[in-house]
Write a protein that binds this ligand. Structure first.
Ligand SMILES: [Zn+2]
Length: 398
């Protein structure tokens, strides 16, 4: 284990802390922008530095397909390849195999949208299955060219070692809300066996996180949390199907978090809505990752805080395409001090978006990523100052 984690302040079950590894550090609670293909879309390393991003998440599966881990290794690993010297975490590739392997990237969330996965799992195309799970790993078709590929625990660790990330996630099977209990239990046994294989084969210069699975089933989640907590891991991920509603997700956190060793960081995989972040930090989550800030930006949705009209109903977003912004002299968000908000109007962003100008993508991504980083900073300060509940109420209204 190479990651040192220290809880610095607690407010209820919410906590702030600092993680140190390989001469780098990041403060928690933290939101990891996702750099799927070794790029936080539309941004470069100077942008990330200016925003103060300490840690990002890259995708093992995508990078394995394109450009391939051998090429990245040739260039000295991910940090050098993309010129980012903060902390890089890589996921195990398991979740992507289940979603992307089926060409279903868009619209798949961590909650009930995952039903697509289950529907597609056994759908054959030209009479052949796209994904087969067995006890040793997953066989699937390369979504780029249809050739057969195989991912195992050992292979996932090999790829992540070549990528040279700082934090690796153990290989897991991601089940969907439509998986019945019997299937989820079998998948959980496989996932637990795979963690042990990962712990044997990963590069010990990296930190390793194990993922708690078990779907929406209380006893399976508890069993998984107990098992994961008994292992010598650097941190914990909470993944897989988080139930059919936000209430289910919070229940799962209530079952799992008290069991996990409190001296290790807890990462909730793939969750990034602002309302969820407040509710999950309140339950004791330290780390989040999601493609949402850059994906929403590309589609015209820009984050706004309560002082600029953001609330739970509008999900703290305005849609910049709306005609009401055509002549708006206001910045995107009045309380945001990013360079976009300091220098440009909503009218300008509205124009760039409608004109499909490339500059729009950078400016909108910069604001949304900055906004999330700034929100996490506010949350940390609130935990340290013991006013997290007040801040949450100010944002969510409850
Ligand atoms: Zn801004």
């Amino acid at each position: 284990m190479i990651l040192e984690f220290k809880v610095e302040a607690e407010d209820g079950r919410a906590r702030s802390g600092i993680a140190k590894l390989r001469g780098k550090k990041f403060k928690t609670p933290v939101f990891l922008p996702v750099a799927t293909l070794a790029s936080v879309r539309a941004l470069d390393f100077r942008d990330l530095e200016e925003i103060g991003i300490e840690i990002i998440m890259a995708n093992t599966f995508h990078l394995h397909l394109k450009p391939g881990e051998d090429l990245i290794k040739k260039f000295g690993g991910l940090h050098k390849f993309m010129n980012f010297d903060g902390v890089i975490a890589t996921d195990s590739g398991g979740f992507q195999v289940f979603s992307l392997g089926l060409g279903m990237e868009h619209g798949i969330g961590k909650i009930a949208d995952n039903i697509f996965l289950e529907r597609m799992r056994n759908v054959s195309r030209k009479g052949e299955k796209w994904i087969e799970v067995d006890d040793e790993g997953i066989t699937f078709r390369n979504p780029l060219n249809g050739s057969m590929m195989r991912l195992t625990a050992k292979k996932s660790m090999e790829i992540q070692a070549k990528l040279g990330s700082d934090i690796v996630f153990a290989f897991d099977e991601c089940t969907s809300p439509l998986s019945d209990k019997e299937y989820t239990a079998r998948a959980l046994e496989r996932t637990h066996r795979w963690i042990l294989e990962c712990m044997e084969s990963y590069d010990k210069k990296q930190a390793i996180f194990g993922i708690v699975q078990g779907g929406e089933y209380r006893d399976l989640r508890i069993k998984s949390a107990e098992f994961i907590s008994s292992l010598e891991l650097d941190g914990y991920g909470i993944g897989g199907s988080l139930g059919k509603s936000k209430a289910d997700m919070l229940n799962i956190l209530d079952w799992v978090i008290p069991i996990l060793n409190e001296n290790k960081p807890r990462h909730l995989l793939g969750i990034g809505a602002i309302e969820d972040i407040f509710n999950c930090v309140e339950k004791g989550i330290d780390m989040f990752d999601c493609v949402s800030p850059t994906r929403w930006a590309r589609r015209g949705h820009l984050y706004v805080s309560p002082s600029s009209g953001g609330n739970v109903e509008n999900k703290f977003r305005i849609h910049i395409k709306n005609a009401q912004f055509r002549e708006s002299e206001l910045p995107i968000d009045e309380s945001c001090d990013c360079f976009v908000c300091k220098n440009y109007t909503r009218a300008y962003l509205h124009h760039l978006f409608n004109a499909n100008e490339l500059t729009y993508f950078r400016l909108s991504a910069f604001h949304n990523v900055y906004f999330m980083a700034n929100l996490m900073e506010e949350i940390r300060k609130a935990i340290e100052g013991n006013y997290f509940e007040e801040l949450k109420k100010e944002w969510l209204g409850y």
